[in-house]
Design a binder for this molecule. Structure first.
Ligand SMILES: NC(=O)c1ccc[n+]([C@@H]2O[C@H](COP(=O)([O-])OP(=O)(O)OC[C@H]3O[C@@H](n4cnc5c(N)ncnc54)[C@H](O)[C@@H]3O)[C@@H](O)[C@H]2O)c1
Length: 310
């Protein structure tokens, strides 16, 4: 069994990862400063002997004994990462430095939850890992995009300079239970608006596309990535290549919630990518992974969760 540190463990993805690794019998240390995370997401684990929760901000050094680190700490939704952009960059960059330093000291494997946002507003479609991206370095999304790009740089420098066992996953839009109801991400937004019977907000004309991966599959990919041999470092894209326009997503949410909410249209935020779709050839080859849950089934589970909490 492994001693595992999960930073950002009380957040959406982190809480599912805590669940999975605790269930497998690992000793799990969840570290979070509760910036966007919620104790409710991990409350059911608190009394278990192989789970521990620590309130800590990863921009400060951490000294613990573990042999695997999953570095997820970072607000992921634009509403949250833009509300304190300096802290967002610090969390990505100082957080990566602190966690890489820890991994080096205790000789732990370390996985970085990177993002499709490193591709920015892409000129190639679908995006594969060889593409370097098109990111505005000074825009309102840059604190997140450039923070994550710099974190990747740090991971690869630790690998080249210190032979650290690194694993970098570029995660595309993922959704499911435990998402924050007010974080402004499109899936949670549409579901919450439909359930509250208010208008559904579409940015732009709704023709921009995204791909959506249900959380269970994403957690499978993270665990598989951690188990790969030393020479597999990534970056590896993980996500669902099924591509939907925002209008298609809104129609599906309306159908599944049986809501009569009307669609309203607002201007596109700046630097909003027009299309996103992962090329997952590498994940299929190196992790033998592809997503299994289709959008309709995943949305049904997510709607059940939001019905309960709102
Ligand atoms: N969900 C997605 O679609 C998606 C896509 C790409 C990448 N990611 C990455 O996966 C990770 C988790 O995303 P999520 O969707 O679960 O987001 P989330 O906001 O739900 O979780 C992030 C967690 O990190 C914690 N955190 C933030 N700053 C911290 C700090 N300085 N110190 C300690 N903890 C801190 C938050 O409190 C929260 O619990 C993030 O790094 C994100 O960039 C997620």
């Amino acid at each position: 069994m492994n001693k595992v540190l999960i930073t950002g463990g009380a957040g959406f993805l982190g809480s599912h990862l805590c669940d999975r690794l605790v269930k497998q019998g690992n000793d799990v240390l969840c570290v979070d400063n509760f910036y966007t995370g919620n104790k409710q997401n991990i409350r059911h684990l608190l009394n278990l002997p192989n789970f521990e929760l620590m309130r800590h901000d990863v921009t400060f050094p951490l000294y613990v004994e573990v042999n695997q680190i999953y570095n997820l700490a970072c607000p992921a939704s634009p509403v949250h990462y833009q509300s304190d952009p300096v802290q967002t960059t610090k969390t990505s960059v100082h957080g990566a430095i602190n966690m890489l330093g820890l991994a080096k000291r205790v000789n732990a494997k370390i996985l970085q939850a990177s993002t499709s946002e490193v591709y920015g507003d892409p000129e190639i479609h679908p995006q594969n890992e060889a593409y370097w991206g098109r990111v505005n370095p000074i825009g309102i999304r840059s604190c997140y995009d450039e923070g994550k790009r710099c974190a990747e740089t740090l991971f690869f420098d630790y690998w080249r300079q210190h032979a650290l066992a690194i694993k970098v996953l570029r995660i595309f839009n993922t959704y499911g239970p435990n998402m924050h109801p007010n974080d402004g991400r499109v899936v949670s937004n549409f579901i919450v608006q439909a359930l509250r019977k208010g208008p559904i907000t579409i940015f732009g004309d709704g023709s921009q596309t995204r791909s959506f991966c249900y959380v269970d599959g994403l957690i499978d990919a993270m665990v598989l990535m951690m188990q790969t041999s030393q020479e597999i470092t990534g970056p590896i894209n993980v996500g669902n290549p099924g591509e939907f326009t925002m209008l298609e997503l809104a129609e599906l949410v309306l159908k599944l919630t049986q809501s009569k909410s009307k669609l309203t249209f607002q201007a596109l935020p700046s630097d909003d990518p027009k299309q996103r779709k992962p090329d997952i050839t590498l994940a299929q080859r190196d992790l033998n992974w592809s997503p299994k849950v289709n959008l309709e089934d995943g949305l049904k589970e997510t709607i059940k969760y939001f019905k309960n909490i709102i």
